[in-house]
Design a protein around this ligand. Structure first.
Ligand SMILES: Cc1ncc(C[n+]2csc(CCOP(=O)(O)OP(=O)(O)O)c2C)c(N)n1
Ligand SMILES: [Mg+2]
Length: 343
């Protein structure tokens, strides 16, 4: 099993085993339990909506774990909860976005090295390239990790970003989680040729497709691409081939467009079960290990659930802040109108 230099994020509890495989497993299992809690919070009316990452834990933990938290920066979509957890983001602040307490969450993106939750499909990709070019100009050695989906790969913004990054050698890793669905649209209806990694050749950069349900394979491919970018070798595409095991969001119904047999088939490839089985076979984990992970992961998921549920609502007038540096006349007029109505 591969051995990362160190797995970033909050340090493991003092009683937790510290081999990288152990840490990967615990992060993935915590993400799964927190994901279940978030779906339940939506069903209870605490969250207006939630987007599950079920099935994509390995793609997210493996890629985020390869980042250097001192220098690098991740640009997430709306589905990167396990990447946030891996980077040690304040998860109550992360979940605040799903409770619609504040745009993009209430955590500090700069301190976390993890951008705001971004619901614009393809949106994080140009941001990542711009940031990466800036870091190169500063000589910081920082690399960007741009998260996007198979559906996003057909957006013009993503093409322009990749071409720009290729031409100017931006230190960025384009991390596509190909979960084979873009809402109700299957892969063969949105990616001509079926491969996002294959497009890399057209942008003059290396591209690789890895088993996105194998956390160590994703870690290694991302770490290699980051190392190349840091050494001046420019951008890369890493396509983590995985499966969106849940509906697109809590508002979606997969029964209307996909075959349950496909879901059953992919359940056998569950990334957490796979790592757990590999660890048992390698003699790295026993029943006591799994029981202790379960206790810690459940306690953490429940702590975050309770804290985000109890978090105070921000002042409604906050919605007028942070829009423009100097508010426009129109915004000021809307604020006055709102204040009169609110009285
Ligand atoms: C620019 C833009 N167009 C359309 C949408 C509506 N939309 C939200 S998610 C989604 C599908 C995205 O699929 P993919 O990129 O594969 O990501 P996944 O949801 O599978 O993680 C669409 C079309 C949007 N949010 N932003
Ligand atoms: Mg997708």
């Amino acid at each position: 099993m591969s051995q990362p230099r160190s797995v970033p994020g909050a340090p493991p509890a003092p009683d937790a085993p510290t081999l990288p495989a152990h840490r990967f497993y615990e992060l993935m299992r915590t993400a799964r339990l927190l994901d279940d809690e978030a779906v339940a919070l939506q069903r209870q009316g605490v969250f207006p909506a939630y987007v599950s990452l079920r099935g994509q834990e390995a793609a997210q933990v493996g890629s985020a774990a390869a980042l250097d938290r001192e220098r690098d920066f991740a640009f997430p979509t709306y589905r990167e909860m396990a990447a946030a957890l891996t980077l040690g983001v304040d998860m109550v602040g992360y979940m605040a976005s799903h409770r619609a307490l504040w745009h993009g969450g209430t955590y500090d993106p700069i301190a976390s090295r993890f951008g705001s939750v971004n619901a614009v499909v393809g949106g994080p990709v140009p941001h990542a390239v711009g940031w990466a070019i800036g870091e190169r100009l500063r000589g910081s050695g920082g690399c960007a990790l741009a998260y996007f989906g198979d559906g996003a790969s057909s957006e013009g913004d993503v093409h322009e970003s990749m071409n720009f990054a290729g031409v100017f050698g931006a230190p960025v890793v384009f991390l596509c989680q190909n979960n084979q669905w873009a809402l109700s649209v299957p892969l063969d209806r949105q990616v001509a040729g079926g491969s996002v990694a294959a497009r890399a050749a057209g942008y003059g950069m290396p591209g690789v497709r890895v088993d996105g349900n194998d956390v160590e394979a994703v870690y290694e491919a991302t770490a290699e691409a980051l190392q190349r970018a840091r050494g001046g070798g420019g951008p890369s595409i890493v396509e983590a081939f995985t499966y969106r095991a849940a509906p697109h969001s809590t508002s979606d119904d997969t029964g209307r467009y996909r075959d349950p047999a496909e879901e059953r088939q992919w359940r056998d490839q569950d990334p957490i079960d796979r790592l757990g089985a590999a660890m048992r076979t390698a003699g790295l984990a026993d029943d006591a290990f799994f029981a202790s992970v379960e206790d810690r992961a459940r306690a953490e998921a429940e702590r975050i659930r309770d804290a985000v549920s109890a978090a105070p609502e921000p002042a409604p007038s906050d919605m007028f802040e942070h829009v423009y540096r100097e508010p426009t006349e129109e915004l000021a007029r809307q604020r006055r109108a709102w204040e009169q109505e609110a009285l």
